[in-house]
Design a protein around this ligand. Structure first.
Ligand code: HEC
Length: 106
């Protein structure tokens, strides 16, 4: 393999890593802007809105048993007092914010 080729591979890998990091940050940005008010900075629903709407913390058994797809559907289509976000957020914004939310359960 030539040095040039190897360098190209390295740059390609670096760009991939960057894109992944950016997607995760996107989830955090969406979560902070759109979800944190009710679900809290760490998913514990410890905000005024969260308490008022009795939002369950991410550690609640009924929340923990939901998989990624079920959560994405809940956010897309709405659940209880939570509005439906389809049409307001893109599917990838919904997915990345849910993925960010799920990191609090670990
Ligand atoms: C107006 C307050 C509010 C906002 C804003 C909100 N949610 Fe919710 N969310 C709720 C309520 C109420 C439920 C119903 C279930 C419950 O009590 O936890 C819920 C349920 C969920 C669930 C199902 C699991 C669970 O906790 O019950 C997920 C996942 C979720 N929300 C993620 C999000 C994400 C991601 C966003 C931002 C895009 C968001 N929510 C914005 C209030 C809110």
């Amino acid at each position: 393999m030539s040095t040039k080729l190897r360098l190209g591979t390295l740059i390609f890998l670096a760009l991939c890593a960057l894109a992944t990091a950016r997607a995760q940050n996107g989830g955090k940005d969406v979560y902070t802007a759109k979800c944190q008010g009710c679900h809290g900075a760490t998913g514990m629903a410890d905000t005024n809105m969260g308490k008022m709407l009795k939002v369950k913390p991410v550690t609640d058994a009924s929340v923990k048993k939901m998989n990624l797809t079920e959560m994405v559907d809940a956010v897309r289509n709405g659940m209880g007092k939570m509005q439906a976000y389809k049409g307001k957020l893109t599917d990838s914004q919904i997915k990345s914010s849910v993925e960010y939310f799920r990191t609090f359960a670990k």
